[in-house]
Structures are given as structure tokens and as C-alpha cells.
Unconditional design. Structure first.
Length: 385
């Protein structure tokens, strides 16, 4: 029986490889984990847009939804084969890592006056109360907080006598969160993304310090992730520190039945979850709050040479998570304006197996919304460095 299962799994992987290579993406069926109702809804929501929607069951690693939509007809599965700046969704991973490396505290705050200023450097931020401590900084997505905290981490010689050791430790924790390398999903052409280490920064910049790479603190700069990695990050947070490799086969081999534990400390997860819950209750994505269940989310807006990209990642319910979701809409603008409301509909469908009349009305509105594709920045192939 075990040999038969392995043979069936191998046949499915071959089938998926051939179909995806032929620019046909996986669809629901008896051999896949994909839910037809979620696939249908995600396709509706991405109509007249370019991007992807992914949903994972945190407890199993099953991919419940994976829809990629392109308007340029390039045939790329944007959920797993495109890498982008994660924007402020990366602040969740940043918190997990810097807290675990003893570079953050619950009480320390940083001022923000519509952005971060250092000499002639200015990084903008939307208006909010100032100064903020850690949890509201996550909820309000404060760029000043995370840029300054990352800058201080890199340049703190009492914490790390050598800056290269600091950034290498940081990168090691980030990669344990499933970032900067292929996760190993049972589909071809998965991109690695990028988490820079000291060797890479030396090649890219020569001399560097916390100030010259501070953009990494808010998920810009050299950091690149796939939408799948962001969804898996949400699943890790939902699970409080572990994940199964995401898979679309209903009969996965043993590779997909092994728990992977992140290096972040156990006490870091409740902090991030409180911050993500704060974002939904009173922060950047408060418009998606509902009484039906507790959503934990994080918006992101990735800078781009064209219009910015709209991003959301999160999970629900908070205490007994059933679904983790990531939405990435190219040129969609602020994460709160587009990606977050789309994700909330996917969450509702995933948990309730239907949309309320009010939510169905909203879904029809988003289905008719068109996002004009202006320009998507070309991504550097860091593997060549």
C-alpha cells in the first residue's frame, strides 16, 4: 500500500510538472488539496487584476487555494515563481527575529513624524500617534520604528562585536521562517526569494552599515519573497513556530509530513500575534474586522517604479487557526485598500464555506474593479552574485 501511495504521488507530481510547464495551473480535484469554492472566489476577485491569492491550512500545510492572474499573458505562476518586496508584511518576521536576538523590548519606543529622518535620509510613513512601542508599531505599521530598530541592531557593537555576525545571525533566523530559499512545494519553478547576508551585502555595497541598509527593516531593499512564502509565514505565526512544507497533492510523500521549526523564540509569537490583531482592531486593516471570528493580519505596500503593490498576509481565527492567507496585487496601491479586503473574503469563505449576502455584494464590487498595470520593477537575480 505504501509503495502504491508513493507511486501515485510521483505520478501526480509528474502530471503537475507537465501541466504547469504548459502554463496550466493546478485545479481542484480528487488528487489535489485545492478547494473548488476558494479557487472560484479567488479567480473572481482577481478578475481585471494581476497578482495571486494563496490560502494554506496551517495545521497540515495543505494548499487550499492558489490562483495566479496575469494581464500581460506571461504564463508565470505568480504565487510561487515571482519574487517581490514583501513591504510591511515583513515586519512580522522582523519582530520575531529581532526579539529572539534580544534587539527589541516591549517598552522602547521610537518617534515618528510622518516618517523616519536621519541626516539627509527620509523614509515616509502614514500619520499615526507618536511615539509607538512594539505592538502598536506592528498594528500601525510604523516605518520609523522598524527602520530605526533594524539600524540599531546592525550597528550595536555591544550586542554583536562584528556587524557581519549580526546580519548573518539575522539571516539565519529569517531563513528558518521559510524566507530566502524555496520551500519545496510539489510544483515546479518555485523561486527562492532573497534574504541578504554579510557576503551578499559586501558584494552589493562594499562598505555598508545599519544606515545604508535600513530599508531592509521595513521589507524593502534586498529582501525578496514569494507570495507563497508570505502565506507560509502567516501559517508559522498561526502555529506559533512551525510549519509543514506547503503541498497540493492529496497523497504527499514523507517530505511533506515533517514539522519544520523556526528559530524564533516561543515568547516572540504572542507579541507578533497581538500586533497583527491590533492591526485589525485599530490599525492599518481595521476595515476587515468582524465579529464572526478574530482575524490577525498585516498589510503591506511595496514600493515600485510603477504604482505600488498591494499586499496582505494573515490568518484566522486567532486562537484556533483554520486558514492562512496571502494576497498580492501588482500595482494595487496600499495594502489596506485592496489586498486586505480581498483576503477577508477568502477567509470568510474558507471558514464558513459561504459568503454572507453583504460579503457577496462586496465580492461582486471587487470583481468589477480593474487595476491598471503600469510597471513592475525588474528583480535582480541575486543567485548570480
Amino acid at each position: 500500500m505504501e509503495k502504491l501511495k508513493r507511486f501515485a504521488s510521483a505520478c501526480l507530481c509528474l502530471f503537475l510538472t507537465l501541466t504547469v510547464s504548459a502554463q496550466v495551473f493546478p485545479e481542484p480535484g480528487e488528487h489535489t488539496t485545492l478547494r473548488a469554492d476558494l479557487q472560484t472566489l479567488a479567480k473572481r476577485l482577481l478578475r481585471n487584476k494581476q497578482g495571486s491569492i494563496i490560502a494554506i491550512e496551517p495545521a497540515t500545510g495543505k494548499v487550499l487555494c492558489m490562483v495566479s492572474k496575469d494581464k500581460v499573458d506571461d504564463g508565470i505562476n505568480r504565487a510561487i515563481s515571482m519574487t517581490y518586496s514583501p513591504g510591511s508584511t515583513f515586519k512580522t518576521a522582523q519582530t520575531l527575529t529581532l526579539w529572539s536576538l534580544h534587539a527589541l523590548s516591549m517598552t522602547k519606543s521610537y518617534p515618528c513624524h510622518k516618517g523616519f529622518y536621519y541626516n539627509k535620509v527620509h523614509i515616509g510613513c502614514h500619520p499615526h500617534h507618536s511615539p509607538l512601542t512594539l505592538i502598536p508599531a506592528i498594528g500601525q505599521s510604523c516605518n520609523s520604528y522598524f527602520c530605526k530598530a533594524f539600524q540599531e541592531f546592525v550597528d550595536d557593537r555591544t550586542l554583536y562585536p562584528v556587524k557581519s555576525t549580526a546580519i548573518d545571525d539575522w539571516a539565519r533566523f529569517m531563513r528558518s521562517l521559510g524566507l530566502g530559499h524555496p520551500l519545496g512545494i510539489d510544483l515546479p519553478e518555485e523561486a527562492a526569494g532573497c534574504i541578504p547576508d554579510a557576503a551578499m551585502l559586501d558584494k552589493l555595497h562594499g562598505a555598508w552599515n545599519g544606515t545604508t541598509i535600513m530599508w531592509v527593516g521595513m521589507g524593502q531593499g534586498e529582501v525578496r519573497t514569494t507570495p507563497l512564502q508570505l502565506c507560509n509565514l502567516a501559517a508559522i505565526i498561526a502555529n506559533r513556530g512551525w510549519y509543514y512544507i506547503p503541498h497540493v497533492s492529496n497523497h504527499p510523500d514523507s517530505t511533506y509530513l515533517v514539522k519544520h521549526h523556526a528559530l524564533a523564540h516561543a515568547d516572540a509569537y504572542p507579541i507578533v500575534i497581538k500586533g497583527m490583531r491590533n492591526a485589525v482592531l485599530s490599525g492599518t486593516c481595521k476595515s476587515i474586522n468582524t465579529l464572526m471570528y478574530k482575524i490577525c493580519g498585516k498589510t503591506g505596500t511595496a514600493e515600485n517604479k510603477g504604482h505600488d503593490h498591494s499586499i496582505f498576509m494573515g490568518f484566522a481565527p486567532m486562537d484556533y487557526p483554520k486558514v492562512a492567507v496571502a494576497v498580492y496585487v501588482e500595482n494595487g496601491g496600499f495594502g489596506a485598500d485592496l489586498a486586505a479586503p480581498l483576503a477577508s473574503l477568502i477567509i470568510e469563505q474558507a471558514i464558513n464555506h459561504k459568503l454572507s449576502a453583504k460579503s457577496e455584494y462586496r465580492a461582486r464590487g471587487w470583481e468589477k474593479t480593474t487595476v491598471k498595470i503600469t510597471k513592475v520593477e525588474q528583480v535582480v537575480n541575486f543567485d548570480d552574485l
